[in-house]
Every structure is written in structure tokens, then in C-alpha cells.
Design a protein around this ligand. Sequence first.
Ligand code: SAM
Length: 331
Amino acid sequence: MNGLIDTHNRRINYLRISITDRCNLRCRYCMPKEGVSRFGHAEILSYEEILRVAALAVKRGIDKIRITGGEPLVRKDVVSLVQRLSALAGVHDLSMTTNALLLCEFAPDLSRAGLRRVNVSMDSLDPEKYRRITRGGDLQKVWEGIDAARRAGISPIKINVVAIAGFNDREIEDFARLTLKEPFQVRFIEFMPIGAASEWKPEHCIPCQQIKGRIERISPLVPLTEVGNGHGGPARLFKLPGAAGEIGFISPVSEHFCQSCNRLRLTADGKVKSCLFSEELTDLKPLLRSGAGDEELERTLDEALLSKPAHHGPIDGVIKRCHHPMVKIGG
Ligand code: SAM
């Protein structure tokens, strides 16, 4: 193993694998009401194909894998995939991003299969607002999923909150207070100009500095780590004094963390995306389905890395947009 180093000298050790573009929610900022056109069954990589790519990536230096989507828990036999990914020697960190609606049902099996931690997306603590932003989601089910994950020993549980001006800005302090008693890591993520967020305007995005300022009305925050040191990923971590949990800020818009970006994405239909904001994709599926050898696949993975840009901007003050829907890329 000689490690994956990109042209900007970043060590790439993190692979996010989207296993489906289907989702059981229709979050307003992520997807149009009617959903997005779906990949056909044959377009989606099989678990065998995903495992082959993952194993090669691990051989090349990836040691951190996240399963995402769409909603990963809607894909059949997801537990068997988790079990096989966790059995890959060299994977030190296997996690999943989920809306948790089905987590209550799956948590014990996922834990037994080797899933150590989850990120749960939850943009409101108010059941009615949650239903509105997700177009029908049941917040109670999310909490039941979180409880089941805790009982199954999945830890830490990180709660991802996309902060959207005029929608959940009044809940920032409530989300922060959640960490006083509960050992969650609540992470505020700036709303990005991606996919169905085509209506996105700069004023919809609440910069993390502003979020932090609001939380500090409760109490000054105690800093825990620096950007990109591995513990919080791109999150800058803090704690309210005496709190059981942590608070993270992820600022891809106001203060990008590209210099420490260590990730590659594999889309559900087998394309490698080296930057969330780049439109460039490297398609592995034709190789996987035409009997290409491991060396050729590894070479193509390396080529995908060459396209990883130094940063996604803003360039000359203009914020870059990505038109690929998040459910297709894997958020
Ligand atoms: N279904 C899973 C879930 O809900 O966590 C995984 C996929 S979802 C696309 C992954 C994450 O992307 C979610 O936390 C969602 O809030 C986030 N996301 C989608 N569109 C976004 C945007 N425009 N800006 C910031 N985050 C976004």
C-alpha cells in the first residue's frame, strides 16, 4: 500500500459510498416533491461490485468508510453489506448517514454486523416542522431509531442539522441544549448550493460563525479540536461547559475546509466523485462489468484523484453550485 495522495498533497483515506439513490423522505431542500429520476436496477452497483471497489480502495489506503444514499436503510440486505465491509481488513471506521426512520428496526443487526457509529439527519425538533421540511417524515420514528441505536451500543450518535434561514434558525439554541444532558454530537451544517437547492440564495445559508454566536448566548463554548484533525472530520468541535455531548460546526460555504479534505465519493451507479462541488465523475461501472483487472481499476481510481480540485471556492467571490442532486451523489 502506498496510500492515495492527490495532486495537492492531501492524503485521501475516506470513502463515502452511496448505495442507493432512493429515499423514503422528500426533504424540500434536497429533492423536488416528485422525487428525482431514479437509477434503474441494472444501473446500481451490486453489493459484490461495491465490495470490490471498496476492497481496492482500502488496499490503496482508504481506512474510513461511510455508507450513505439516498437513504441507505431502504436498500435490501443492507446489513449484509455492512457486515462484509466491516470485515475488510484495514477499515478502521465504518459509519452510516441515515434519516433514522428505519433505524429502530435495523439498529441491533447493524451493530452486530459491525456498524460502530451513525450520523442522523434531523433538521427540526418540532414534529410539525420536521414533517413539513421532509414532506411527511415522522420525528417520533427518528427518536425511536436513535434510542434503538443507543441500546445497540452504536456510539457516538451524531445529529446533523442543516441550518436554513427562516426555517430552523429559531431552534439553534434548542439543538445546542440537547447536548447538555445527552451525549450526542450535534453538528450544524451550512446549507449548500447543491442539487434541488437550486433555489438556494446566499441569504438562506446561516454562516457557522453566526450559529456559534447564537449558541454563545447560552454560554461561551469550550473549543475541543481544530479543523480536520480526524476526530470530528471537517467539524470544528466545541462543548457547552459541563455538557454530556458536543457541538460541531461544518462550514463548506463560509469557510471551506478543502485543504484538509480527505474524501472520495462512490455514487450508487459506480462513479467516483472527487469533490462534492465538482461536476466531474469517473465511471468505474464499465470496467467492473467488462472483466477489467484490479490493476486497471486501481489506475482509474488514481486518475479520479487527479481531478480532485484544490478547492471548491468561492472563486472570485462567486459560490460554486453543484447541479447533481444530493441523493444521487451520496450526501
Ligand atoms: N438519507 C440519508 C440522510 O438523511 O442522512 C443520507 C443522504 S442525505 C442526502 C445526507 C445529508 O445531506 C443529510 O444530512 C442532508 O441534510 C444533507 N444535505 C442534502 N442537501 C443539502 C444541502 N443543500 N446543504 C447541506 N446539506 C445537505
